[in-house]
Ligand binder design. Structure first.
Ligand SMILES: [Zn+2]
Length: 89
């Protein structure tokens, strides 16, 4: 019943803090995905997955290829870094 008064007392400074984050505004995930600059960039959520074309688009704008190569949103190319495990058949 006192829901209206609860809304009025909510501090407005909170919304200012959340807009100052480094996360791209397109990311709506909780917790937010790592940025393209982050070493952890591959753990961002998938926005699009095209296995038939061999690539996936991550939430932070990184294009992740089947062979573990990456194309960053700023045009930087990351060479494939798949673990070289010799699978003796
Ligand atoms: Zn995200």
């Amino acid at each position: 019943m006192n829901e209206a008064s609860r809304h009025r007392t909510e501090p407005t400074t909170h919304s200012l803090h959340t807009t100052k984050r480094k996360i791209p505004p397109m990311c709506q995930h909780q917790p937010p995905c790592p940025t393209a600059e982050s070493a952890d960039r591959e753990s961002a959520r998938l926005l699009a997955h095209h296995p038939e074309q061999g690539w996936s688009l991550l939430c932070n704008g990184v294009l992740l290829f089947e062979d573990t190569g990456e194309l960053l949103p700023d045009g930087q190319i990351i060479a494939p870094h798949r673990a070289l495990v010799t699978t003796a058949a």
